[in-house]
Ligand binder design. Structure first.
Ligand code: GUN
Ligand code: ZN
Length: 452
């Protein structure tokens, strides 16, 4: 993971300094991962501290350890917030979501292509108006924080000002967010379509404005092969080549009709992934939403390029798309991530997402252990975004994006918790029964920000 404990003593050189306003201690039951758990007994993959603490200063975790040690070494008079008996884990990371679909979620639709035409494109058209984008951005960020998500990779609409609305709101909350203008120049309403050159120019200008400003990360975002001409995918590839530190996000192999239409539109491509491969869109910062109906060649190319397959369980069930085969992908050496995909997805909560993901994998006899689930929604997703040096962990030196969880948040949970004896059982209660009611607090860069 590459982030070691910062030498805490060096900060104070033996003499205790006096705490400033930006320094604080959070006390609670700490859980953080250092690797993907290989099974229930893989205690090397995580660290759990029953009475633990984080020393936070200037939005960063300065030190992690037993409360007694952290307190003894902290500056004089430092404020302590005691979250016991709740768990403190790294903030959840959502690796695929659509910010302009906040009013599309829960639309009674047929499968993917009808859903896009009947609900999604009409909703995204409204983002031509910046004021609408601003209003939805506020609601969107309030929503994800209330569910404990501190970082997301989002599609904005095709309108450049929707990207401004998104990153302005993220900046005002000091959140590490990934996002970009959706590039789409065909097979959609005219007012939602850009052009190959226009989408390149606008994306480049937005990238230059936002990428690396504060905590913002830009993602080159061609929607999917169906809504892009070859010229546009070529433009996306050129932009990515010029800015290889940016992410690229798109969709693939979600739905059978989508796959057939893609074959018609790109008859010379080897397969669906071959379309993106031909335009240089694949690599370790490429996030491919869905990856349900993958052939063997595609798996090999995913592995060779280090591209990430993003599992969107609530969306895949809601749109009847199919079952993500995690074991097949991972056995083929493909990197994976998990995400909500709101508004095709039906909940902003990564806890609800883990629950539905668990069930999809259970259908395929791939029962995920709760430790694996919590790893996935935190460090696993941070690794998928190539951001684990900053987020997804409680390691000293990383950003203090955290979530505080209460496994007894509802009467149903509290009753079930009466018989729980282990951390793993508690995590399983949280993911199976938990939602925003289980989020006690969400910290962004060390500041409490939950909207209640
Ligand atoms: N494929 C192309 N666009 C979309 C979208 O907005 N949501 C989902 N789930 N799939 C897509
Ligand atoms: Zn999507």
């Amino acid at each position: 993971m590459g982030v070691g404990m910062r030498p805490f003593y060096a900060l104070h050189q033996g003499t205790k300094s006096v705490a400033d306003q930006k320094t604080k201690i959070l006390r609670g039951r700490l859980l953080t991962f250092s690797a993907a758990p290989q099974g229930p007994d893989d205690i090397d993959a995580y660290n759990f501290e029953e009475d633990g603490a984080l020393l936070i200063s200037d939005g960063k975790i300065e030190a992690r350890g037993p409360f007694s040690k952290i307190k003894a070494e902290a500056p004089e008079g430092v404020a302590v917030t005691d979250h016991r008996p709740h768990l403190i884990v790294p903030g959840f990371i959502d690796t695929h979501i659509h910010f302009p679909q906040a009013q599309v979620i829960a639309s009674w639709a047929d499968q993917l292509l009808d859903w896009l035409n009947d609900y999604t494109f009409p909703a995204e058209l409204k983002f031509a108006n910046k004021a609408h984008g601003n209003r939805i951005a506020k609601a969107f960020f309030d929503a994800i924080l209330s569910y404990g998500t501190t970082t997301a990779a989002a599609y904005c609409s095709s309108h450049p000002n929707s990207v401004d609305a998104y990153f302005e709101e993220a900046e005002s909350r000091d959140m590490l967010m990934v996002g970009g203008k959706t590039m789409m120049d065909r097979n959609a309403p005219a007012d939602l379509c850009d052009t190959a050159q226009g989408s390149y120019d606008d994306s480049k200008a937005l990238l230059k404005k936002w990428h690396g400003r504060g905590r913002a990360h830009y993602a080159v975002t061609p929607r999917f092969a169906i809504t892009s001409t070859p010229a546009q995918l070529e433009a996306a590839g050129a932009l990515l080549k010029e800015h290889p530190d940016c992410h690229l996000q798109t969709h693939i192999n979600e739905n059978h009709n989508e796959i057939s239409l893609t074959k018609e539109l790109y008859p010379d491509a080897k397969d669906y992934l071959g379309v993106y491969e031909d335009f240089g869109l694949l690599g370790p910062k490429t996030l491919l939403g869905h990856c349900i109906h993958m052939n063997e060649r595609e798996l090999g190319v995913m592995k060779d390029t280090g591209s990430v397959a993003v599992f969107c369980p609530t969306s895949n069930l809601f749109l009847g798309s199919g079952l993500f085969d995690k074991a097949r992908l991972e056995n083929a050496g493909v990197r994976t991530a998990i995400a909500t995909d709101v508004g095709g997805g039906t909940n902003y909560s990564m806890l609800r997402t883990l629950d539905e993901g668990y069930k999809i994998l259970q259908m395929q006899r791939q029962r995920m252990h709760p430790l694996t689930c919590f790893y996935w929604a935190t460090l696993g997703n941070a690794e998928a975004l190539s951001l684990s040096d900053r987020i997804g962990t409680l390691e000293a030196g990383t950003d203090a994006d955290l979530v505080v969880l209460d496994a007894k948040a509802t009467p149903t949970m509290a009753l079930r918790m009466e018989t729980v004896e282990t951390l793993s059982e508690e995590l399983f209660v949280l993911q199976t029964l938990g939602d925003d009611r289980a989020i006690v607090e969400t910290y962004v860069a060390g500041t409490a920000s939950k909207v209640s």
